[in-house]
Write a protein that binds this ligand. Sequence first.
Ligand code: UN1
Length: 508
Amino acid sequence: MTQTLNETALKDTVAAALRACGVDTAALSGPTEARSPLTGEVLARVPLHTAADTEEAISRAADAFTTWREVPAPVRGATVKRWGELLTEHKDDLAVIVQAEAGKITSEALGEVQEMIDICDFAVGQSRMLYGKTMPSERPGHRLMETWHPLGVVGVISAFNFPVAVYSWNTALALIAGDTVVWKPSGMVNLSALATHALLARAVQETGAPADIHQLVLADREGGAPLIEDERVALVSATGSTRMGREIAPKVAERFGRILLELGGNNAAIVTPSADLDLALRGIVFAAAGTAGQRCTTMRRVIVHESVVEELTRKLVAAYPTLSIGDPRNEENLVGPLVNEASYRAMTQALADAKAQGGTVLTGGERVLEEQYPQAYYVQPVIVQMPSQSAVVRDETFAPILYLLTYSDFDEAIALQNGVPQGLSSAIFTTDQGEAERFLSASGSDCGIANVNIGTSGAEIGGAFGGDKETGGGRESGSDAWRVYMRQATNTVNYSGQLPLAQGVKFL
Ligand code: UN1
């Protein structure tokens, strides 16, 4: 991904990348502005779909499902394979668009597309491994087994911060499972969605799959509501805030729909006396300041043993000001912008609350480059020393704020780590195997992701991704997450010519 800053206007670069991915930019119009957090400029205008449009998309996906579910899974895998190839071919193009809309630095924007390619590879393999078990029957001449079948239409609601990777986790698995997909991306990243959708459309067309197996709706909350309410949507997979999850989960449950939630995180690292502090430093800085603090997995708390807190704090406070902040297209910059003004306001409010609750800012926290970009929100990553896990520390603020807490006893560290409503990701830095094992044990971290000697963010696609408590309990991406996209049937086959009943029941 090579671009020369300022030589070509951002808008033109993005338009060229969109065209390369197969989006007809000349036909793009509509009431919604696609704005870049890099500069605040409008990149394009895009349509705003209504609830009726979403209903129509669901109808098309529901129709396509009846054909797609009959296609053998490995043949379905061929479509996902082609999508992965096209993503590889257009990795740079898609990364340009993701960067322009989500504000990621180049290597992270490329990493996001790589994550899509990885899940496509994974799903292609999985398409030959939709295994069901065979169990011994208690009755003679009987076979007992389970089979996995396509589920139906999957509604994917995705967030701005991973505009394309999280969609592809869902879609690659849903497609090989025989489902069809209706996608409502965050309104902040419509262009990334259009490009991703266009590449998938090409894969679908080239492999002869039914055209309607994937649908994109560019809608606001109201326009997207049928995804939650329509009974034909068998699974709703939603990524976003806990508030959003709390609103939609009961509605899906009411109609007995299936739901997969990936909501807020409040991820912490524990740094113990035996930790390699230089390694911890690098792990913490990437996880806390990287992506300008806008990952679900961003490290928001560091819980440090009192015997090493002084040394680690010195290292962190020295490292933070060396992180260059600015236009993420410039390879020297490691911290790009916040996504919009609302994010900046939320950060300012959290910092004010933290101070009011006894916090001391150790470094950072100021808005920068305001003169150059009055409509973009670049901020210094900030470390706030907190006397205790007060109210503000229990909240997830989507910004690069790291709260520093200290502990004296290992159990206290675990209690602090688990003492928040969210349960997504966690880490421990230690060279003491006993501590590492305790952290990973049943009475250790209560998060869906628990790491040793790496930070909280940057998970690989091969493992299941998600967390419990207010994070919502969903698991997507690798491991056996594919099962949530399928329905399970248990089959008993009687070849005995008799009719023995289970549990020894006698009748007739
Ligand atoms: C998210 O922030 O919603 O583990 C997803 C990570 C990435 C995915 C984050 N692989 O940080």
